[in-house]
Design a protein around this ligand. Structure first.
Ligand SMILES: Cc1cc2nc3c(=O)[nH]c(=O)nc-3n(C[C@H](O)[C@H](O)[C@H](O)COP(=O)(O)OP(=O)(O)OC[C@H]3O[C@@H](n4cnc5c(N)ncnc54)[C@H](O)[C@@H]3O)c2cc1C
Length: 379
């Protein structure tokens, strides 16, 4: 799609009463787009999509179907978060609710596995021949000329330290939340035997393992470790496990705790992690206890990259940390900067999942292409 007068392209939209108020900081250039990768003659795409997760891919499909000049920039591999999930993970969602682009997700199981999802999303990219560049971590987003009509410049960094730059009139941030664990903030949290992520039980065979958390991940990880031959103790701040745990997992973990094959400490805080133990303390008071530990899994959830959003000028609710965006268009307080998928969540990531995040892109692309269509002149 060709456009020329970008200033006029935006003008109708500024009158939209539903758009959230613009953050005065939003359009100031935060960092000059300098360096060997930046060239002001570089072509300007209609839209850049950050993140090749389900939400970013659904956005890319819509952009392609509408004939937009788009590109997806992905820091890792395709659906990098799902790739990083526990190896034997099973979705709680039935296959059809993970579908994007109208392509059927066929599985022999009622709940698909991680491996099936990886294969499905690879097939999606092949089917639609989506434009994606992998190993491109977007490190900054700036506006070229410091005013809100100017295109965005995105800088990326590869694993090998190569820098690149891309320009676009609109940006969709679909970066999810899985890269940023909720930290306990206790001493020892960065020790090498401590992890906020879990793959499988084999390396913990015959080891003493502490799992911290009380939601689904903590329950599933505890059970998998126990069945893989680890000696597991679950530590949770509350009096009982979360009611939201998968209906087939909850009785399993509760029965293992009841029979004592998985030990549990409820209403207990972690106060320190040592190389050979986790120090815990009852919330109601009482003596601290050092639980012997060879490995520690802190399954305390994740959150979106708030720093990335605020550096781009996106305002966040001070309490919930939900970005300021228009619920109809997913446009943030920064004009032409949109959010899609898991990044829309604030502290509480539960309300956004693939089931609903997969529809955000379609709404966004509808807005972007309508704006472009108003000024269909040569670039
Ligand atoms: C263990 C677990 C089980 C789950 N089970 C289900 C389920 O059964 N059903 C369901 O609907 N949902 C489930 N969810 C939630 C679901 O995975 C997320 O809602 C979904 O992945 C969000 O999709 P997304 O595309 O917004 O983000 P993601 O899938 O997280 O994708 C974001 C992408 O952006 C990339 N990225 C991040 N930062 C940058 C950057 N700076 N530059 C470039 N790329 C970047 C990441 O590498 C990633 O590929 C589960 C989540 C977890 C953690």
């Amino acid at each position: 799609m060709r456009i020329g007068n970008f200033r006029r392209w935006l003008s109708d939209e500024r009158e939209n009463p539903h758009r959230p108020p613009t953050n005065p900081q939003a359009n100031r250039p935060r960092r000059s787009p300098v360096g060997p990768c930046y060239d002001p003659r570089m072509s300007v795409k209609d839209v850049l999509i950050i993140g090749a997760g389900p939400a970013g891919l659904a956005t890319a499909i819509s952009a392609k179907q509408r004939g937009l000049d788009y590109l997806v920039l992905e820091k890792g591999v395709l659906v990098n978060s799902i790739y990083g999930f526990p190896s034997n993970m099973v979705f709680f969602t039935t296959p059809e609710l993970l579908e994007i682009g109208g392509v059927p997700f066929v599985s022999p199981f009622e709940k698909p596995t991680r491996l099936e999802a990886l294969r499905y999303y690879r097939r999606i990219v092949d089917t639609f021949d989506l434009a994606i560049e992998f190993d491109r971590t977007v490190t900054s987003m700036t506006r070229d000329a410091g005013d809100e009509d100017a295109p965005f410049t995105l800088e990326t960094l590869s694993e090998r330290g190569e820098r690149s730059a891309y320009r676009a009139r609109a940006v969709v941030v679909a970066i999810g939340y899985y890269d940023h664990p909720n930290l306990l903030g206790v001493p020892g949290e960065t020790l090498p035997h401590v992890s906020h992520y879990y793959k499988d039980a084999h390396s913990a065979y015959r080891k003493r393992v502490i799992v911290v958390g009380g939601k689904n991940s903590a329950a599933e990880v505890s059970l998998d470790l126990y069945r893989g031959g680890a000696k597991v103790t679950l530590v949770h701040r509350r009096a009982q496990l979360a009611s939201s745990i998968k209906y087939w997992v909850k009785p399993d973990i509760e029965n293992r705790i009841a029979e004592g094959t998985i030990a549990a400490r409820f209403e207990t805080d972690v106060v320190e992690i040592r190389p050979d133990a986790v120090v815990v303390k009852p919330i109601a008071g009482g003596p601290v206890e050092a639980l012997p530990a060879d490995a520690v899994f802190l399954m305390t959830g994740y959150h979106p990259d708030w720093e990335f959003l605020t550096a781009a000028g996106v305002s966040l609710d001070p309490h919930t940390r939900v970005p300021v965006y228009d619920p109809g268009t997913y446009e943030t307080n920064v004009p032409n900067l949109f959010v899609a998928g898991g990044v829309v969540a604030g502290r509480d990531t539960a309300p956004i999942f693939i089931e609903n995040g997969r529809f955000h892109g379609e709404a966004i692309v509808g807005v972007v292409s309508a704006r472009l269509a108003r000024q269909p002149v040569e670039r």
